[in-house]
Design a protein around this ligand. Structure first.
Ligand SMILES: *Cc1c(COP(=O)(O)O)cnc(C)c1O
Length: 225
C-alpha cells in the first residue's frame, strides 16, 4: 500500500487493518495543506503535529472540526499558542510543563488532555520521563491542584532500529508500566486509559502490545521531504 501514494486509498486500507478501538492520529508534519485536506476529505479528523509554529498556522487555515494533537517537544513559553484549541498533548515531560498547560487551559476556559511521555528507547533521545519521575509527578500534591488538565495515559517511542525484538520489548515495557500505573494510581479514574505508541514502522507490534492510539505519517503520505 506504500507504492501508490493515493492518500484516500492509503487511509482506507490502513483503517481496515486497524482494530475498531484504536485512535489514529495522522501525523501531518511537513505536509502541505492540500495533502492534509485530502486526508480530511477521506474522513480523517485527528491530526498530529510536532512543532508549535507549524501547528498554529495549519490550524488557522484548515477546517475547524479537526482535532489537533501535539506530539513533539513542547517548550513552556509556547504553550499559550496552542492552549486555545489543542485536544491532546502527548509529550508532557515535566511537572512544570503541566502547570503551565493548566494555567493556559484555565485562561481559555478549557480542559486539555495530556499524556506523560516516557523514555523507553535504548538509544539517546533527549525527551521523556523515567518511571520514577512519572511516579514523583503522579504522587505530588501539585498535580492534584491542576483542574484544567486531564491525565489520559502514556506516550512513548521505541528505538529507531531494524531489530523488531528490541522494538517489541521497549513497547511492552511501556505497556507494562501503563498497567502498573493504572492499577496503583488510577484504578478509579476512567480517564487514564490511553497508550499512545506505534508509528509507521512499528504500529502492528504496538497494537499487539496494547496500543490505543497510533501516530502514523509516512505510511499514508510517503517519505517526508
Ligand atoms: C513523525 C512522528 C510520528 C510519525 O512517524 P512516521 O514514521 O512518519 O509514521 C509519530 N510520532 C512522533 C512523535 C513523530 O514525531
Amino acid at each position: 500500500m506504500n507504492i501508490v501514494m493515493d492518500i484516500k486509498e492509503n487511509i482506507n486500507a490502513l483503517k481496515i487493518s486497524l482494530p475498531q478501538y484504536l485512535k489514529l492520529v495522522l501525523v501531518t508534519k511537513t505536509q502541505p495543506d492540500e495533502k492534509i485536506l485530502e486526508a480530511y476529505n477521506a474522513g480523517q479528523k485527528i491530526f498530529g503535529e510536532n512543532k508549535v509554529q507549524e501547528l498554529i498556522t495549519k490550524a488557522s487555515r484548515l477546517p475547524k472540526d479537526i482535532e489537533w494533537h501535539f506530539i513533539g517537544h513542547l517548550q513552556s513559553n509556547k504553550v499559550k499558542y496552542i492552549a486555545p484549541f489543542v485536544s491532546m498533548i502527548h509529550s508532557v515531560d515535566s511537572l512544570k510543563l503541566l502547570q503551565i498547560i493548566n494555567k493556559e487551559a484555565l485562561r481559555n476556559n478549557r480542559i486539555v488532555d495530556c499524556l506523560f511521555q516516557m523514555y523507553i528507547a535504548q538509544e539517546e533521545t533527549k525527551f521523556g520521563l523515567t518511571l520514577d519521575e512519572i511516579v514523583t509527578i503522579i504522587t505530588s500534591s501539585e498535580l492534584k491542584e491542576l483542574k484544567n488538565i486531564r491525565m489520559k495515559g502514556l506516550m512513548g517511542m521505541a528505538s529507531f532500529t531494524e531489530n523488531k525484538e528490541q522494538v517489541r520489548s521497549e513497547l511492552r515495557f511501556l505497556a507494562d508500566t501503563f498497567k502498573k500505573l493504572k492499577e496503583k494510581y488510577y484504578h478509579d479514574d476512567d480517564n487514564f486509559k490511553e497508550l499512545s505508541m506505534g508509528m509507521s514502522d512499528d504500529y502492528t507490534i504496538a497494537i499487539e502490545e496494547g496500543s490505543t492510539i497510533a501516530r502514523i505519517g509516512t505510511l499514508i503520505f510517503g517519505e517526508r521531504m
